[in-house]
Design a binder for this molecule. Sequence first.
Ligand code: FAD
Length: 448
Amino acid sequence: MVSRKVAVIGAGAAGLAASRELRREGHAVVVFERSDRVGGVWLYNSNVESDPLGLDPSRAIIHSSLYESLRTNLPREVMGFRDYPFVAQVKDGRDPRRYPHHSEVLHYLEDFANHFGLLELIQFETEVIYVGLLVEEEELKNNWVVRSKKKGEVSSSSVAHDVFDAVVVCCGHFTQPNIAEIPGIDAWPGKQLHSHSYRVPEPFSGQVVLVIGNKASAADISKEICTVAKEVHVASRSTNIIPTKMFGSNNVWHHSMVKCAHEDGTLAFLDGSLVCVDVIVHCTGYKYNFPFLDISNTVTVDDNRVGPLYKHIFPPKLAPGLSFIGIPLMALPIPTFELQSNWVAGVLSGRISLPSEDEMIEDVEAFYFQLKAAAIPKRFTHLLAKKQFDYSDWVSAESGCQPWEQWRKQMYKEGGKNFIARPETYRDEWEDEDLIVQVHETFSQYLL
Ligand code: FAD
């Protein structure tokens, strides 16, 4: 097996998974992390960016998108690394709940990094500003140049220049806001922000607020804001209804999408209603963004499709030297990172073979063709949802790992059903006790 010198960009959950799998496989790993701690998105920051819509390219970036009260939207049993389960710990500063507060996930990731000795691989407060193929004497080499900058250093001479056999991109994709387009919004006088810049409800006291979106963040944020706001209106593309007051609430209404905004502060909805609104909170997702990658359009982001990528990981033209961990959406994050990382590590060492470049391109094109035939927009290319278990089974088979346990798959599905059945209380009430028993049988082998 070949040992390679590999750069990992980011020390969030994906970068930790990648660095562990790469080192286990015998590679020499250097992890670059912009922050001063591991954890990525789970490192809560009470500050927000200067532009609450994230449109100003010169703004200082705040990586995390967490709000102060956030609890996980998945049960902890399914969330963790397979051989290092995310079990409740009854000790000071820990949250033993099944859907714990975000600080508990950070503790867990820190524990993981310590347990596997990963901290020694990480260059903290070091931002990668450039990744490109090495060119020597006008010839393109099969190596990668990584340029990085230590926090606080401004002179160009302080930019470090390293060469690697491979680069694994683990920089996350919940930082660059995606904003709903609303005709007439430029003349609309109210305030706007993206959920990336939402932290606490107090600033919305007495206001009329529109929350756009229908996923977990929109549900949490609207529920929290309605405790202080005068009115909360929730609009989403998938809602096609007459405006209705939310069951059990006196100040929350559901609407279809906004049709247009007017100069007098009103917003018109497709359902025909008209509401005068003070603030819009866009809970409308995020955009993939790789500002440091210089790969001459070999991989592009087009309408939130990162492509072409073979199985959401390898760009056929640059494989296996460049790979991406964590691109899929609506797929169990950490267990997916673990499997993808194992595959990448095995491909780099020669334990696993990739198809030829032409075969990978053919596979990607066939996948795009299927999406188009099913009228699935490009922006949903990486959304796995119901397809995620086929994906995880495929990657596990390819990399020689055990497929995910049946209980994990079942518990994920039950969690989704519970969220729909009990949107207000799914984190504290459930009916999958039988699965919890199976979980503890599995976990007991790792907790000796
Ligand atoms: P991140 O955690 O974003 O880590 C990326 C790292 O890369 C960061 O540390 C960043 O500083 C670093 N980085 C970026 N660019 C550079 C650069 N140029 N140079 C150096 N370092 C760089 N998942 C769950 O499993 N359960 C949940 O309940 C859940 N809830 C969520 C709620 C919210 C609001 C959000 C936004 C996400 C949630 N997720 C949840 C998904 C979560 O994002 C993943 O679980 C996972 O933590 C993502 O890990 P990552 O490593 O891919 O990205």
